[in-house]
Design a protein around this ligand. Structure first.
Ligand code: PMP
Ligand code: GLN
Length: 383
C-alpha cells in the first residue's frame, strides 16, 4: 500500500533517540527532561486512595469539578486573575495535548503561525498538520530573549497565532514585564491569538518571577495558557495538565479535546486536587531546583564548557563553540557512548538544524547522579 505521509519530514524525536542510546550504554540520562527521583509519597498515596474509593470511571470531559475549582483558586492566589471554573479551565492529558488542541482548534489552512526558535519540537508538526505555515523568528543569542523588531516584521495579515514559551525550553529564558507589554502592543487590535507554553511556570531562579501571559489584560483575552502537573509534581508519566483560556476560545478548544482524549485519568485528577491545596507543594520548587542548578553549574566550572546559569526550566545549556567543530549531534552521542553522560544537541530545536555548538543537560536528577555525571565529564579531555 502506498501511504502518503502527512508529515514526511518528521522523525522519531531526539528525546526517544537519546534516552534509548543512554539506556543501551548505561549512561546517566541528562537528555530527556524528566525528574530522576520520585514524587511526594503523599501524592502517590492519594492516587491509591482515590482508586480504592472507586474514582475509576470517565471523568467529565472538561475535568473533575473539584480540580478545576482548585486550579482556579491556585491561579487567583498567585496572580489575582480569575478564570471561570465551568467555561475557562480544561484538564488535559499533558501540555502536549493542550498545545495540540489549541493549535488545531484555531489554525486554518493558509494561516501563518509565528514560532520563536529554537522551539520545542512539538509545535511545528502540529501547525503543519492543521494546514498552517510556520514563520520562524530566531531568538537573540546567547540569552534566548525576543528580538521585538524581528518579531514585529514577521507579522502579516495572515498571522493567526504566536507561540510563546516561558520559561523557555531549551534556552531557560524567562519573560519579563517588558516582554509581555511588547507582545500586547503587537497583537492588540489584531486578530492574532497566542499559545503560551508555561509548563515550567514554577521553575525560575535567582528570585526571578514567572510572569504568566494571563496577567496582561490584552493577552489574557486571546491566550491559551498551557501548564503541566507533570513538571510541577515530578510526575511526567502521568500526562496531566490544564489549559486556561477565555470562554470563546475554550469552546473551540474542547471540540478538539473531546475527540483526542475525551478526558484525563480520574484518580490522578482527584489526587492532584487534594495535593494542590497546600501551596508549598509547588511554591517550594524554585528553591529545590535552584540548588540542583547551582550544584551542576559549580561542577561545570571545572570543565571547558562555557555557560550562563539558566534563568528557569530544569535545563542547563553549555557551549563548546571555541573548542571544536564537531557537530552537536555527534558530540551528544559521543558523550553518551564514551563518557556515559547523555544530553540533547539543541540544533534539533531549529527548523534548519542550525548548529550553535550548544548542548542541553537536564539537572532534574538526584544529586549523586549529577556529581557522577560531572566526574565522568572530567575523566578524560573531551576535545
Ligand atoms: N512544552 C515544553 C516546553 C516541554 O518541555 C514539554 C515537555 N516536557 C511539554 C510542553 C509537554 O508537557 P507534558 O509532558 O505535560 O505533555
Ligand atoms: N519535554 C521533554 C524535554 O524537553 C521531553 C518530553 C518528551 O520526551 N516528549 O526533554
Amino acid at each position: 500500500m502506498l501511504i502518503e505521509s502527512k508529515l514526511p519530514d518528521v522523525e522519531t524525536t531526539i528525546f526517544t533517540i537519546m534516552s534509548k542510546l543512554a539506556a543501551d550504554h548505561h549512561a546517566i540520562n541528562l537528555s530527556q527532561g524528566y525528574p530522576g527521583f520520585n514524587a511526594d509519597q503523599g501524592l502517590l498515596d492519594l492516587v491509591t486512595t482515590h482508586m480504592r474509593l472507586g474514582n475509576n470511571q470517565y471523568a467529565p470531559m472538561s475535568g473533575v469539578p473539584i480540580l478545576r475549582q482548585r486550579i482556579a483558586e491556585k491561579v487567583r492566589l498567585e496572580t489575582g486573575i480569575r478564570y471561570d471554573v465551568e467555561d475557562e479551565i480544561t484538564v488535559v492529558s499533558g501540555a502536549t495535548e493542550a498545545i495540540f488542541a489549541a493549535i488545531t482548534a484555531t489554525v486554518l489552512p493558509g494561516d501563518e503561525v509565528i514560532v520563536l526558535e529554537p522551539a520545542y519540537d512539538l509545535y511545528v508538526p502540529v501547525i503543519k498538520l492543521a494546514g498552517g505555515t510556520p514563520v520562524f523568528v530566531s531568538l537573540n543569542m546567547p540569552d534566548f530573549s525576543v528580538d521585538w523588531e524581528k518579531l514585529k516584521s514577521a507579522v502579516t495579515k495572515k498571522t493567526r497565532l504566536i507561540m510563546v514559551n516561558t520559561p523557555h525550553n531549551p534556552g531557560g529564558y524567562v519573560w519579563t514585564q517588558e516582554d509581555l507589554d511588547n507582545l500586547a502592543d503587537l497583537v492588540k487590535d489584531k486578530n492574532i491569538l497566542v499559545i503560551s507554553d508555561e509548563v515550567y511556570e514554577h521553575i525560575t531562579f535567582d528570585g526571578r518571577p514567572h510572569l504568566s501571559l494571563m496577567t496582561h489584560p490584552v493577552l489574557r483575552e486571546r491566550t491559551f495558557v498551557c501548564c503541566s502537573f507533570g513538571k510541577t509534581f515530578h510526575v511526567t508519566g502521568w500526562k496531566i495538565g490544564y489549559c486556561l483560556a477565555p470562554k470563546e476560545l475554550t469552546v473551540e478548544f474542547r471540540k478538539i479535546h473531546q475527540f483526542v482524549t475525551f478526558s484525563t485519568p480520574t484518580p490522578f485528577q482527584y489526587a492532584i486536587s487534594d495535593f494542590i491545596q497546600d501551596p508549598d507543594t509547588y511554591l517550594s520548587l524554585p528553591k529545590f531546583y535552584q540548588k540542583k542548578r547551582d550544584l551542576f553549574c559549580e561542577g561545570l566550572e571545572t570543565t571547558d564548557f562555557k555557560f550562563t546559569p539558566a534563568q528557569g526550566s530544569f535545563f542547563q545549556l553549555v557551549s563548546y563553540k571555541n573548542l571544536s567543530d564537531e557537530s552537536d549531534l555527534v558530540l551528544a552521542k559521543r558523550l553518551t557512548t564514551d563518557y556515559g553522560v547523555a544530553c540533547i544537541p539543541i540544533s534539533v530545536f531549529f527548523q534548519d538544524k542550525t548548529d550553535h555548538k550548544i548542548l542541553r543537560f537536564c539537572f532534574a536528577k538526584n544529586d549523586s547522579d549529577l556529581f557522577e555525571a560531572l566526574n565522568r565529564l572530567l575523566k578524560d579531555p573531551i576535545f
